[in-house]
Design a protein around this ligand. Structure first.
Ligand SMILES: [Zn+2]
Length: 263
């Protein structure tokens, strides 16, 4: 369904409220945009809370990021949005936020690339981690560029998350999925146990994408790094300790257990 500019403005304002209410952004963080046509993009402006916007706060920019209309200033992160629109003709909307759990993974240098939840494999394949780039500079877009064509959601090292899709709701829902999956992944880390889906199950899920998302669904190729199934096992890490160090480790463990027992 084709949206009018006024409907898109309303939808961006609404999604801004949601990402703010969910704690995906703080203060002036984050930005949301939608393609108006082949010449113009509608975007949230700089220095405004995404939870407190009105439809006429938004700005219209061209594909070089130059303002065409709007009384507010253009966000310095517009280049990230432009990169996605230029590289992905199927994308109509982009959402960028800093949801705490997923951003925690990005700040820990970890991607969300394990086949832990079937729905996430089905919808996103996996969420890779793009290298760090200073916000508002070409460094940031250079780090994202190699991944934009292959994935619909990216973690940005030491920064946040960017998601995109065929409309604003899809881009927003992908942001929700990334943060939800980050929380689930964190729980498995806390439990100290992760049971990955098998290679066969991952292949079945990726093949089923068209059935669930229609003929427009992009095909996601499973690679060694994304999503990681139980068919790809890391070599067990080998450590070397001297006899003295081993004896010290054992007696330390015994001391700890003894301490716990007395409590
Ligand atoms: Zn940001």
């Amino acid at each position: 369904m084709v949206r009018t500019e006024s409907e898109l403005r309303q939808e961006i304002v609404e999604i801004g409220r949601w990402i703010h209410r969910l704690g995906f952004v703080a203060a002036y963080d984050g930005n949301i945009s939608a393609r108006l046509d082949n010449y113009r993009i509608l975007s949230t402006p700089t220095t405004i809370s995404k939870g407190m916007m009105a439809p006429d706060d938004l700005v219209v920019v061209d594909y070089e990021g130059k303002k065409i209309s709007g009384r507010r200033n253009v966000t310095s992160e517009i280049a990230m949005h432009l990169l996605v629109y230029r590289r992905r003709s199927d994308v109509q909307a982009v959402v960028h936020a800093h949801p705490p759990t997923a951003t925690g993974y990005a700040a820990a240098g970890l991607s969300l690339n394990k086949a832990l939840v079937s729905e996430v494999v089905l919808s996103l394949g996996c969420i890779p981690l793009a290298g760090y780039g200073t916000p508002g500079t070409p460094e940031l877009t250079e780090a994202l560029a190699p991944l934009v064509n292959s994935y619909d959601a990216l973690l940005m090292a030491n920064h946040g998350v960017v998601t995109y899709g065929g409309d604003l709701m899809q881009a927003y829902f992908r942001m929700e999925t990334v943060e939800h999956f980050a929380k689930i992944s964190l729980v498995t880390e806390l439990l100290g146990r992760q049971v990955l889906l098998s290679e066969t199950d991952v292949d079945k899920l990726l093949a089923a994408r068209q059935k669930y998302f229609g003929s427009g669904a992009r095909s996601i190729e499973r690679s060694a790094s994304c999503p990681i199934s139980d068919g790809v096992r890391a070599e067990p890490e080998k450590i070397h300790v001297s006899a003295e160090e081993l004896a010290e480790l054992v007696s330390e463990a015994v001391r700890k257990i003894g301490g716990k027992t007395r409590c």
